[in-house]
Design a protein around this ligand. Structure first.
Ligand code: B4P
Length: 190
């Protein structure tokens, strides 16, 4: 069972690339952002709680996020592999993921970061906001907040897996096809 983490700042293309990787490798795509948006759409208590944080560009609290992730993994025990997209975003989430995988006799195979400059991700997210209607995509000050949260709270996850020899970076600027080819090259070399 292969567990991959697709990592990078907001709007770096994690969700875009994960959709293609799932098609190619047959892994289960777990996007915590998508899971929260599903809960919000259904107006569940979890969704209502997550919405408060997401609309401000803040991270949803670890306890909520970790519980939701565990449920999703445990509901799919026969998956041949997982692509985690947007998770883990903090060190406690990373530790929880390692524990969950260890219970299954597995471990993270690699964390691959999509490197994209701040200006480019801001433009991509604003563009997406025109059609997504996502509250966190429409306002430049919230997008800046998301980037700041990424730098302060999420980027240490790169070093956490780096110390285990698992982190690598690829250039996330270019066409979707070019970036996919770089990702597949990195995955096939694992
Ligand atoms: P996410 O849903 O994870 O959203 P994201 O970081 O904005 O998106 P992603 O990197 O997947 O970008 P995409 O492919 O869509 O998180 C949203 C919020 O949920 C967080 O702020 C947080 O509040 C909460 N949350 C989620 N997970 C959490 C966790 N683990 N803990 C706590 N809170 C959590 O690409 C963006 C745009 O760029 C798209 O429009 C796409 O078409 C475009 N694009 C993609 N590739 C491109 C390319 N090569 N060139 C040009 N444009 C491109």
């Amino acid at each position: 069972m292969t567990a991959l983490i697709l990592f990078g700042p907001p709007g770096s293309g994690k969700g875009t690339q994960a959709a293609y990787l799932v098609e190619k490798y047959g892994f289960l795509h777990i996007s915590t952002g998508d899971l929260f948006r599903y809960e919000i759409g259904n107006k569940t208590p979890l969704g209502l709680e997550a919405k408060r944080y997401m609309e401000q560009g803040q991270l949803v609290p670890d306890t909520v996020t970790i519980g939701m992730l565990r449920n999703k993994v445990e509901a799919n025990p026969d998956a041949p592999g997982y692509i985690f997209d947007g998770f883990p975003r903090t060190i406690p989430q990373s530790e929880a993921l390692d524990k969950l995988l260890a219970e299954k006799g597995a471990a993270v195979a690699a964390l691959i970061m999509l490197e994209v400059p701040d200006d480019e991700i801001t433009q991509r997210i604003l563009l997406r906001g025109q059609s997504s209607g996502r509250a966190d995509d429409l306002d430049e000050s919230i997008i800046r907040k998301r980037i700041e949260v990424y730098k302060n709270e999420t980027s240490p996850v790169f070093d956490y897996y780096g110390k285990k020899g698992k982190s690598q970076k690829i250039n996330g600027v270019g066409s979707v096809e070019e970036i996919l080819a770089r990702l597949c090259q990195a995955i096939d070399a694992l």
